[in-house]
Design a protein around this ligand. Sequence first.
Ligand code: EPU
Length: 421
Amino acid sequence: MDSILITGNGPLKGTTHASGAKNAALPILASSLLAEGTHTFRNVPALADVSTMLKVLTTMGAKSERLSGKKSSICEIEVGKKVTPEAPYELVKTMRASVLVLGPLVARWGRARVSMPGGCAIGARPIDQHLKGLAKLGAEIELHEGYVEARAKRLKGGTVAFDLITVTGTENVMMAASLAKGRTIIENAAREPEVEELARVLNKMGARISGAGTDVITIDGVEGLKPVDHAIIADRIEAGTLLCAAAITGGDVLVQHAVPEHLEAVLHKLREIGCKVTVEHDGIRLVGPARVSPADIKTREHPGFPTDMQAQLMAVLATASGTSVITENIFENRFMHVAELRRLGADITAEGNTAVVRGQAKLSGAPVMATDLRASASLVLAGLKAEGKTLVGRVYHLDRGYERLEKKLKALGANIRRVKG
Ligand code: EPU
């Protein structure tokens, strides 16, 4: 198992870039099941989760090929006349987002058999809203031997009012409704940029979707969709993480391709803690202060502060000149990084969904263990600031969602390397 070894060595400086967005790529790849033919996706990040989604699709009979250039990563997916509409437990257990094939399968192929995802490190994460939404469109749903089995001759439009805001739930229903008969209205829809991006792709395929990016999405079902050629938006969470690397080290970094409109709540907080954030021609530049100020953070659905940036900001605030309070409102168990950050000298106490972070002038290196994707990013950030050596274990969590993070940080001057193990 690989680890990452970091020796804290002061401010990061230079220009880097955000790769394609993981959480946009996953539903977009799944959406290829909606149309027969060859799809071309560009700016597809080279991540373990993307490989898993491609495996899900090829297991069903689709063909995929990655044509990686120096600056772009292209992925072609060919969907033939037949698929085996099943996502097995072995794949779904490694990545919950595999459940994104459910909507496309039942809409296009009339049948889906997808393993129920279990809980995961950050919470129980049920999919009841996905199932409720598909049932509202007329899918017959049964749970059998750990699998969701969904069937429908043709889905019919309807009003889906989610009980809570769910990103992949909104995406699943939006994909399914694209081929349903008649109009579907999704109320209380997720407004994340990745939902908007999926709607953009579906509309390119011939779908008729309006309102994505707001909390009411209207989808007029069409008879068929065609393959698409699309370049995926930049990853706002990776961009935010790279900006935090500048913030925690008091550095000066330009993150190219980062979209300011996707990161408003994060940029607002970074400014509040004393960073100078400017929007440049093709990206966002952050100049960090010698020591950041404290700030309180409450995670919310977009456009609120993203839960996927909570762990990284916690690492930054662990070095602030005062006390911050962080409240996690999306997932019930997303403080696993607290105990590991404490090993680096952070003074953090967590109770329920609230963490009190008392900023320390110094952190000191130690071996730590990644517990989930964003937790590992937060440990890497803390390692950049800590004196001495920090060894972050279980790096496979990081590889699920960051494309060569250590290479990007090294290019900015960090003393960081991967240790093969
Ligand atoms: N929820 C339910 N029932 C449902 C669906 C969700 O109770 O049917 C609950 C969840 O348990 C959670 C909350 O609703 O407490 C929000 O979950 P949501 O469904 O929005 O999360 P998701 O769609 O499974 C996506 C991202 C996550 C990100 C969340 C929140 C993808 C592939 N994943 O997950 O990304 O944290 O939205 O923004 O888009 C990550 O990249 O590290 C990551 C975890």
